[in-house]
Write a protein of this length. Structure first.
Length: 159
């Protein structure tokens, strides 16, 4: 009930501040303005029905403060270098934690980094073997388990 009264009072105050529903300015003076010369100048202005909790309206809401320059968010043109470059291959040494005949394998390096490996070549890796693999970013979209997902380029045993 109190919330409805507050909303109603705020609406009345907003209508009074904005000058009504499009009537002529002479028909309804803005709230807080002194009445025409027919009223005595010494009388204080009549209090409004309800105090407004709304902040005063800005004269031009679309203008920005002069301290912030306008920002052009459009790109200046296409990028000079490709933005989707594929990283070079790299060699990784570790222990096979999930082996088999593929296409997915898992490997953990000595520092604890886990790799989810993919190879469509049908190679066989044995769990527990130490291997050195040459990897590249995987282009296929397949889930080979937790870890950094890469594709196997070459495999070498570590002795």
């Amino acid at each position: 009930m109190i919330r409805r009264m507050a909303i109603c009072a705020a609406t009345v105050a907003l209508v009074a501040v904005s000058g009504g529903c499009g009537g002529s300015p002479a028909a309804a003076p803005p709230a807080g303005a002194t009445p025409p010369s027919s009223a005595p100048a010494s009388s204080p202005p009549a209090p409004s029905a309800a105090p407004s909790s709304l902040p005063p309206r800005a004269t031009n809401p679309t203008s920005l403060p002069s301290s912030s320059p306008p920002v052009d968010r459009r790109p200046s043109g296409p990028p000079r270098d490709p933005t989707d470059t594929i990283k070079k291959t790299s060699w990784v040494v570790g222990t096979v934690t999930a082996g088999g005949s593929g296409p997915c394998y898992r490997l953990t390096t000595d520092d604890g980094t886990q790799y989810a490996l993919y190879s469509g070549d049908g190679i066989t890796l044995v769990k527990g073997d130490r291997i050195k693999i040459n990897t590249k970013p995987a282009l296929v979209r397949i889930s080979c388990g937790p870890g950094r997902f890469v594709e196997i380029v070459a495999v070498e045993p570590v002795r």
